[in-house]
Design a protein around this ligand. Structure first.
Ligand code: NAP
Length: 251
């Protein structure tokens, strides 16, 4: 029996779980782990577990108890803590680990990107660039934006923000991508958006907001990705399957 743990929360993690489950290999168990932040997540194929492991020690214990042979870190590019934990636990236990690193977006002609290292810097820069902002950075990292008084915020996210944070007159849009260019244009127009605050998630599902900002000449505050741990990595779920092929006989 080969046991594979996918650290998930992304489309790539679901694609990989689906492709491996389609093999119908009785000698392969695919477990996807989700942090449990989203109340109604898109459920991956195979076995699902939810919730934190309890740091490096908890993850190490899980890997040992379950007899996990391979770990695929397919978490979001900004989920730095779980990636670091996975790297530490796998190194200590000598468990092979592959990271799926979705390529970052790069600025195109006409883009007006302002790159910042984190949400604090983004919130500080925001009032200098516009008075009506679309903020698409997820529920975490919103705290510095709660302090802003002179900027009207439109915050789009999957889960509601921490209720202890007050965003004044902000519009909260609870939506899950993908979003089309037409939808993004309409949203910018409806709320008179003059600046976009986002993370460099990469991929196609949420890229149309960048095209809409480019078309409208709107500045983008782009929060840079955190560094990733050293180790083997690939771009896509397909490339992860290639990496797994010599390790899983039914592939
Ligand atoms: P994070 O800061 O790296 O992780 C914080 C803690 O959450 C980890 O130490 C771990 O708790 C737990 N955790 C995170 N991912 C987990 C997983 N897949 N399975 C089990 N426990 C997990 O991560 P985050 O930025 O809060 O993101 C949480 C999850 O949402 C990630 O799985 C990620 O793929 C997904 N996601 C994140 C973003 C984003 O912008 N950050 C966007 C889309 C999806 P313990 O230490 O207790 O094990």
């Amino acid at each position: 029996m080969t046991r594979l743990l996918i650290l998930g929360g992304t489309g790539e993690a679901r694609q990989l779980a689906a492709r491996l489950s389609e093999l119908g290999d009785p000698a392969l168990e695919v477990i996807t782990s989700l942090a449990g932040r989203t109340r109604a997540p898109i459920v991956p194929a195979g076995v699902l577990r939810r919730g934190g492991f309890g740091g490096v020690d908890g993850l190490s214990q899980f890997l040992t108890q379950k007899g996990v042979d391979i770990v695929i870190d397919a978490t979001h590019p900004y989920a730095a803590q779980i990636s670091a934990n996975a790297a530490a636990a796998c190194e200590a236990l000598n468990v092979p680990l592959l990271r799926i690193d979705r390529p970052a977006w790069t600025p195109q002609s006409g883009d007006r990107w302002h790159r910042v290292p984190d949400a604090d810097h983004a919130a500080r820069l925001l009032p200098q660039l516009g008075r009506r902002a679309l903020v698409t950075i997820g529920a975490q990292g919103l705290a510095p934006f709660a302090a802003l008084r002179d900027v009207k915020l439109v915050i789009r996210l999957i889960e509601l923000p921490d209720p202890s944070l007050s965003f004044g007159m902000a519009v909260i849009l609870r939506q899950r991508g993908p979003f089309s260019i037409e939808e993004e244009r309409a949203l910018f127009h409806q709320h008179c958006i003059s600046v976009l605050v986002t993370k460099n998630a990469g991929g196609g599902d949420t890229a149309p907001k960048l095209a809409a900002a480019r078309e409208a000449g709107i500045p983008v505050i782009m929060i840079d990705r955190p560094p990733t741990p050293a180790g083997p990595s690939v771009d896509t779920a397909d490339a992860a399957l290639d990496w797994l092929r010599p390790r899983i006989s039914s592939l």
